[in-house]
Design a protein around this ligand. Sequence first.
Ligand code: ADP
Ligand code: MG
Length: 401
Amino acid sequence: MSSLIQAQALPGSSQVVIENLTKQYGTLRALGGVSFDVNTGEWVALMGPSGSGKTTLINILGGLDTLTSGRVVVDGVDLSNLRESELVRYRAEKVGFVFQQFHLVPYLTAVENVMLAQYFHSVTDEKQAAEALKRVGLGDRLTHLPAQLSGGEGQRVAIARALINQPKLILADEPTGNLDEANEDVVLQIFRELHNAGHTILMVTHDPDIARQADRRIELAHGHLHFDTLQHGPSHPLNCPLADTADCCTPVSTDDEIRFDHLLEQIWVCGEEGKPAEAERLHASGPAGKLPVVTEEPATRVLSRMSDLHLVQMENGEVQLTPVGSQRARDVIRRHRLAERLFKDTFSIEDSEAHTQACKFEHIISPELDQRICTFLGHPKTCPHGNPIPPGDCCNGKSKS
Ligand code: ADP
Ligand code: MG
C-alpha cells in the first residue's frame, strides 16, 4: 500500500473554486449560496447535520448533479457550462468517487469492477487494475465477487476503482460510514497515504476524530457555509456555538501563535534556500516589545503541537510544511518583509531595528492592512535584503522591483 498513484500537485493553487453556489430541488433550496476554494493537495472534511446539503455539494462537484446558479470550477473546468456528454468525460477524467455504499457491480469480480472504471475512460488494462487492487492490500482478492468480500474489502475495491484513472480530486461521501472500527482504520490509512501523495480530498464525515486528521474542516448548516477552519483557525473547537457570530475567534495573537509563526518563517526560509528544515536547528522564541515576550520553549515541543494542528509534518527530524502551514508561512513572511520595506523605505529606520520592528508588526497586520501597505509601497517584489515578497491578492500584475 506504500506507493499509491502520485498526484501532480501544485501546492497552493486552487483546484476547486465554488462561488455563490445554489441548488434548488423544486421549491426546496438544498444549497443557498455556498462559496469556498479548495487548494491542490488539501484534505477537507465536510461536516454538518443530516440534510444540510453535503451530498448535494459532493454530487455537484463530481458532475453527478447540476447546479442551479453560481459558479463551480474544478481543475480549470467550469461545471455550469458542460453538456451531458462533457459531464461524462469530466467524471471519468477528473474525479474519483468513494461512496458510503460501495456501489460495486454484484456479478463482476473485484478486478472487473475496477476495470469498469477504466472502461469509462475507454481503455481497459487488467494488469493495471490488479496492480491498483494490490496497492490497497487486495492482491489476493482479485477474483472475488462483492458478496464474498468483507465491508472493508468492498470499500477498498471502491477506492481502487476511484483511483484507477488518476483523478485530480477525490470525493468521498461518508466512506467509513458502514465500516467497523478495524476496517475504518484500514480505509483511513489509505486516505492518509493518498493525502501524503498529494491528492486533493473532499470527504464527508460525521466523525470528529476523522475530521481532525484532515487539513481543514468545513461545516454546512441548512445549505449554508456555517464554519471553515481557514476563517477560524485549526484549533477552533468542533460545534462552537459562536461559530457564525462576531464574537467568534477575535484575532488575538496568543503566545503559541507567535511561536508557530516564528517557526513557520524559519521553515519557509529553509525552503527558499533549498535546505532541509532540521527540527534541531529551529528555535521558538518570539518578539519582545509591544507584544508580550514569548518565553523560549524547545522547538521540538512546539513543532509537535503544530503537527497536531496539521501545520507541519515531521519525518526523521526534518520538518515540512503542510498546504495549510505553507499558506500561513507564506502570509507571515509576506507581512514581515512588507513591514521591513515600510520601516526602511518610508521611515528610514536602520536595518536591524527595521527587522526587530517587523518581527512585531507581522503579528499585528491584518489582511486588509497588509494589502493597504503593499499598495502604498507599489507592490514591491523584494524586502530590503533582496528576499522575495510573496505576492498578495492586491498584486495582480502590479509589482515593481
Ligand atoms: P446531507 O448529505 O447533508 O444529509 P443532502 O445533500 O442529501 O444532505 O440533502 C439536502 C437537502 O436536499 C435535503 O433537504 C434533501 O431532502 C434534499 N434533497 C437532496 N436530494 C434531493 C433530490 N434529488 N430531490 C429533492 N430533494 C433532494
Ligand atoms: Mg448525505
